[in-house]
Design a protein around this ligand. Structure first.
Ligand code: 6PG
Length: 471
């Protein structure tokens, strides 16, 4: 009688970088896991390289064997490229599964796809979760931040595994159910939009240090390492210091000086900007970051522009200090997160998710790419003043009082010297607009009524008035 293989508690399909890392993390926490990959050699290579964890891992060569190796009711994680591949994988699994088997899409899915898949599963009596997993390969292996979406009962079936493998912040797992349907993937999308903005503002500070202050990459690394010991402490500040300190093994030059200045993007930041427009949620810092990535790809045009107009960047001649930059980044970060949580709030109302805002901040405190010490203060503020724009919460209002002068000085001096600061500028304008009780949209209303008779409200009351500009 052949040895009866014990059934695995969970399965994972897709042994790419993230899938392999997550599988090892799951096995490392004592859960028996079955794995399947379209390319069988990848599966066997993964298992052969799993070391002592191999005993917890069942490699399978066919979808049928994979499903048969799982204890019922089954739980299957898909770690495959977002888009139609997910739909094809679900369709391929469907005939092999029982009604209460659970499929979990852990890729960077567009939340609208997840909403659709959730609705399809619900109508078919199937069970589907969409979870955002943040932290890159290291996070997936040693502790990601996990943002769950779908039926709460389905989340609770695998919560013991997801909380076990998630990052830990002072004893609390960074893994939370965010709401129904695409809630988890939406929160992950906004995480990525904020990630773009954080990265862009750091890049703007880097540009000021390099082109305005004439600092070398190694000097810049020192600045980032210093900032990482203060209010700006974060994974992105930390790794930016590492990137600046790195040397190109090929040429011996500073690695930063060898990397071409054209940014890639898989699209998650763009999705954030698109959804914010649908939800009428102003996120100018994130939108500026997405636009900056798009402009960065226009390298030939930028070279043409420099030849026509002359290079923009000019030396600052001492007009700014490192403290100015640190203050500007603090203020810009607060503006960016205030906008991100405003977007989450609008989405929560629009889609009926009741997103747990303090929990969103808590889940981001460790494991994810935007992890930072400031997120703990945000969780506190979102708990104490839940219906207030983050920038008006006492703690952050005080921070803004202390730092908006630096933001203004950096934006002004940088702009005077052709040092591009689109995200920091957007942060400053947002801050000033949000503290201008009498704005200028009355001119917009007058224009709209003049050419389109769209009507306007009057300051002395009433709506749908029209101006005296003729029929
Ligand atoms: C994460 C990251 C990850 C993202 C990469 C690349 O949370 O682990 O956000 O999900 O895909 O950072 O994203 P871009 O190519 O869009 O920069």
């Amino acid at each position: 009688m052949g040895r009866v293989m014990a059934k695995s508690e969970i399965g994972l399909i897709g042994l790419g970088t993230m899938g392999a890392a997550l599988s090892l993390n799951i096995a490392d926490h004592g859960f028996a896991i079955s794995v399947f990959n379209r390319t069988t050699t990848t599966t066997h290579e993964f298992h052969a390289e799993a070391g002592t964890l191999a005993d917890k891992i069942t490699p399978t060569e066919t979808p049928e064997d994979f499903v048969a190796s799982l204890a019922s009711p089954r739980a299957i994680i898909l770690m495959v490229p977002a888009g139609e591949i997910v739909d094809k994988q679900i369709a391929a699994l469907r005939p092999l599964l029982d009604p209460d088997d659970l499929i979990i899409d852990a890729g960077n899915a567009n939340f609208r796809d997840t909403q659709r898949r959730a609705e399809t599963a619900d109508k078919a009596g199937e069970v589907f979760l969409g979870i955002g997993v943040s932290g890159g390969e290291e996070g997936a292996r040693f502790g990601p931040s996990i943002m769950g979406g779908g039926p709460k009962a389905a989340w609770e079936r695998v919560a013991h595994i997801l909380t076990a493998i998630a990052a830990d912040y002072e004893g609390t797992a960074c893994a939370t159910w965010m709401g129904q349907g695409g809630a988890g993937h939406f929160v992950k999308t906004v995480h990525n939009g904020i990630e773009y903005a954080d990265m862009q503002m750091i890049a703007e500070a880097y540009g000021i240090l390099r082109d305005g202050m004439g600092q070398s990459a190694s000097d810049i690394a020192k600045a980032f390492k210093t900032w990482n010991n203060g209010p700006l402490q974060s994974y992105l500040i930390e790794i930016s210091g590492e990137v600046a300190a790195a040397t190109d093994p090929k040429s011996g030059a500073a690695m930063l000086d060898v990397i071409l200045d054209r940014a890639g993007q898989k699209g998650t930041g763009r999705w954030t900007a698109v959804e914010a427009q649908h939800l009428a949620a102003p996120i100018p810092v994130i939108e500026a970051a997405v636009a900056a990535r798009n402009i960065s790809t226009a390298k030939p045009s930028r070279e043409e522009g420099e030849a026509i107009f002359g290079a923009a960047p000019q030396p600052l001649d001492g007009a700014l200090t490192l403290d100015d930059l640190e203050g500007a980044l603090i203020a810009g970060k607060i503006m960016c997160y205030a906008q991100g949580f405003h977007l989450l709030n609008n989405a929560s109302a629009e889609f009926g998710w009741e997103l747990p805002m303090p929990e969103v901040a808590r889940v981001w405190r460790a494991g994810c790419i935007i992890r930072s010490s400031m997120l703990n203060d945000m969780a506190t503020a979102l708990t104490e003043t839940p219906d207030t724009n983050l920038m008006f919460a006492p703690f952050f209002a005080d921070k803004m009082r202390d730092t908006h002068g630096a933001l203004r000085k950096v934006v002004a001096r940088a702009s005077e010297h052709g040092l591009t600061v689109p995200a920091l500028s957007a942060a400053l304008s947002y801050f000033d607009m949000m503290r201008t009780a009498r704005g200028t949209a009355n001119m917009i209303q007058g224009q709209r009524d003049f050419f389109g008779a769209h009507g306007f409200e009057r300051v002395d009351g009433g709506s749908d008035h029209h101006g005296p500009w003729g029929s």
